[in-house]
Design a protein around this ligand. Structure first.
Ligand SMILES: C[S@@+](CC[C@H](N)C(=O)[O-])C[C@H]1O[C@@H](n2cnc3c(N)ncnc32)[C@H](O)[C@@H]1O
Length: 468
């Protein structure tokens, strides 16, 4: 019987949804991060449950041809890139297969998924950087969280984030040292600085320092150092958050330098984005994804497109060109304000309407109104990772909307929601159950994956559904 601390040598037979290798032995499925299919590996058993176990890779005895050398010095320690050791073509295949498996396992749906659309840049692609700042008992460090933990792994740079990452870390390490600031301790909910975030909009950086309580000490030196590095192309916010939660930002933002928003042009649309508005993290793949979504809706020629979970409105604007009007629904007020400005700056005020509120509250009445007017309606759904609220799914089912384009960065919740829309799943007393015999209300027209997040396990997926 396999026990904790056993050291075993076995072959890896499969890959799991997090990109980890899978070894099967003595009725156990053993998850082995950073091992690849076909490899003979030696590993130590860390934990054993009744049917599954977890191991730590000690040695790769016969490496797979798919294995490449990871370029990041903290690869395997930081929780960011779980598949940097896999060559890029194999990463694309893994992501596509992962979506197929999720649909099968979660929704009981056997689906075909198109080849994953690649990212032109496999490194240095991210436009959003989030660096937790922590006091490790001895000193303050800036880094990323280790996998499934809130332990910060110190970093000096990050190869999937842009080149400015190294400079930002250097500047803030100096700022912290020169002013004797302390990083955050979750255990005691104490310290000075919790997080540093950077959002890049077309070469301009919105830098935010999240404090327990903001301090003015050293701010002139900080702004000077940032000016020396980035000229006029940055703004600096201070934010206060003294709550012991996972939420990064507190309610209050204080602009210390530069503009509160930056404007850029993408796919022919002038848009602006501030610190809170959601932006897809990979500009190149975002363009490919949006163009594909627009193409799907355009072919249907709707009167109205509802853009649910619309962020700062860029996709709503693009969608408004495929229909008589587009209605964006977004919960963050700042994002809707950006979307309104975008409509104005692009002369789309008569075609693009932005509503602030929760989709679960607004969608039922928005759909009803459009249907009552006799409009042919398409809906684009792009919820956060947790997927759509059940009220949104029910409103769509009730309304018989003809075309749904569902964009998701989380294959498991996507599969669940598509299962609910098709009828292979149903919700009973808040629990999801499989349905054996059902007449599908919608057909899956296509499923396409986009590699928004190279080197990581994550993938963006677009499912196009049509009413039967
Ligand atoms: C994955 S993002 C998509 C944004 C946009 N479609 C884009 O491509 O930039 C999800 C968005 O949903 C918003 N959101 C989260 N929960 C929501 C809700 N219940 N109702 C409406 N919007 C919500 C978030 O603020 C975020 O802007």
């Amino acid at each position: 019987m396999i026990k904790k601390n056993d050291v075993l040598t076995e072959y890896v037979v499969d890959i799991g949804s997090n990109g980890e290798g899978i070894v099967k032995k003595d009725g156990l499925v053993i998850f082995l991060p950073f091992a690849l299919i076909g490899e003979k590996v030696t590993f130590k058993v860390l934990k054993v449950n009744s049917k599954i176990a977890y191991g730590k890779l000690l040695e790769v005895i016969s490496p797979s041809q798919e294995r490449v050398n990871a370029i990041c010095p903290v690869f395997t320690k930081c929780g960011g890139c779980s598949v940097q050791h896999l060559n890029y073509d194999s990463q694309l295949k893994f992501k596509k297969d992962n979506v197929v498996n999720c649909f099968n396992k979660i929704a009981g749906l056997k689906v075909g998924v198109d080849q994953c659309v690649c990212s032109d840049n496999q490194f240095r692609y991210r436009n959003k950087l989030q660096l937790p700042v922590s006091f490790n008992g001895e000193r303050t460090i800036i880094g990323f969280y280790a996998e499934n933990s809130h332990r910060v792994v110190e970093i000096k740079d990050c190869p999937i984030n842009k080149e400015y990452t190294k400079t930002i870390i250097e500047i803030f390490n100096n700022f912290i040292l020169e002013n004797s600031f302390k990083g955050y301790s979750e255990i005691t909910n104490s310290g000075d600085i919790r997080e540093i975030t950077v959002k890049e909009i077309s070469g301009n950086l919105i830098i935010t320092v999240v404090w327990i309580r903001q301090q003015e000490k050293g701010i002139k030196g900080l702004i000077n150092a940032l000016k020396l590095a980035f000229g006029d192309n940055f703004s600096l916010f201070y934010n206060e958050n003294n709550k012991n939660t996972n939420v990064i930002y507190g309610e209050k933002f204080f602009l210390k330098h530069g503009l509160s928003e930056y404007t850029a042009t993408r796919l022919g649309i002038k848009y602006s984005s501030g610190v809170l508005s959601f932006m897809q993290v990979n500009d190149n793949v975002c363009d490919k994804l949006y163009s594909y979504v627009v193409e799907q809706v355009k072919g249907f020629a709707p009167d109205t497109v509802i853009d649910a979970y619309s962020g700062a409105g860029l996709m709503t604007a693009l969608l408004s060109k495929t229909a008589k009007k587009a209605i964006g629904i977004e919960i963050v007020k700042e994002a809707t304000a950006c979307a309104d400005l975008l409509a104005k700056n692009n002369g789309l005020q008569d075609k693009m309407f932005n509503l602030t509120g929760a989709c679960e509250d607004l969608i039922p009445s928005v759909i009803n109104k459009e249907k009552e007017m006799g409009n042919k309606v398409a809906i684009v759904l792009n919820p956060p990772r947790k997927g759509c609220d059940v009220n949104v799914i029910n409103a769509i089912l009730k309304s018989d909307i003809d075309k749904i384009v569902y964009v998701s960065c989380m294959p498991s919740t996507l599969a669940r929601d598509v299962g609910l829309l098709l009828g292979s799943l149903k919700q009973v007393d808040g629990k999801i159950e499989k349905v054996d015999n059902y007449i599908p209300k919608y057909s899956i027209n296509s499923i396409k994956t986009f590699d928004m997040f190279p080197q990581t396990k994550h993938v963006e997926t677009v499912v196009v559904l049509e009413k039967n």
